[in-house]
Write a protein of this length. Structure first.
Length: 180
């Protein structure tokens, strides 16, 4: 199920947030500011103010420590290509009703190059390693790229749901992970 040959050919891998990639992650964050994407810029803005605290918070969240109210344990990884952070992956250890188990985003500077498929493929291996063997994912029904990425990774459509808080319809998928 995992497409390792393609990934290794591109020298891609996931790492937990680390100081080694601080400068690259700063550029990642600023790419969202440049395109006025407040959703993701706000999510990562704290890294610009105090990177050490930001990365420590993410590590704590993966262990269930100091979680913001209403959140579950969430492991965060960065997709690295040639020493550059090109994507961010979040794996929730329990399903979130509207966000599922996995969330990811690719830098605006690196979209439409296959990184979305690759980050989700690597995410499935990480999810399996933390004990998840059925993954729930959601995407906005208008997000054709995300729909394709999920389906290309063997996602099976379960249903369409409505998120009242975000006022949007979502496709809800399942991916059964096999230990390969």
């Amino acid at each position: 199920m995992f497409i390792k040959e393609e990934l290794f050919a591109k020298n891609l891998f996931l790492v937990e947030p680390t100081e080694k990639y601080q400068r690259s992650f700063k550029n990642y964050t600023l790419a969202y500011k440049k395109i006025n994407d407040n959703h993701y810029f706000t999510k990562y803005e704290k890294s610009l103010e105090n990177f050490e605290k930001y990365s420590q918070d993410l590590l704590n969240y993966s262990k269930g420590k100091n979680l913001p109210l209403g959140l579950t344990n969430t492991s965060t990884f960065w997709l690295i290509d040639d020493d550059t952070v090109v994507g961010v992956l979040r794996i929730r250890h329990k399903e979130d009703e509207f966000a599922g188990h996995i969330g990811y985003d690719i830098s605006p500077n690196y979209r439409n190059r296959g990184y979305g498929f690759m980050i989700l493929n690597l995410a499935l291996e990480k999810a399996l390693s933390i004990g998840l063997n059925e993954i729930i994912l959601t995407c906005n029904i208008d997000n054709i790229a995300s729909k394709r990425i999920i389906e290309k990774n063997n996602g099976k459509l379960l249903e369409t749901i409505f998120d009242e808080e975000e006022n949007e319809y979502l496709y809800k998928y399942i991916i059964a992970i096999e230990d390969n």
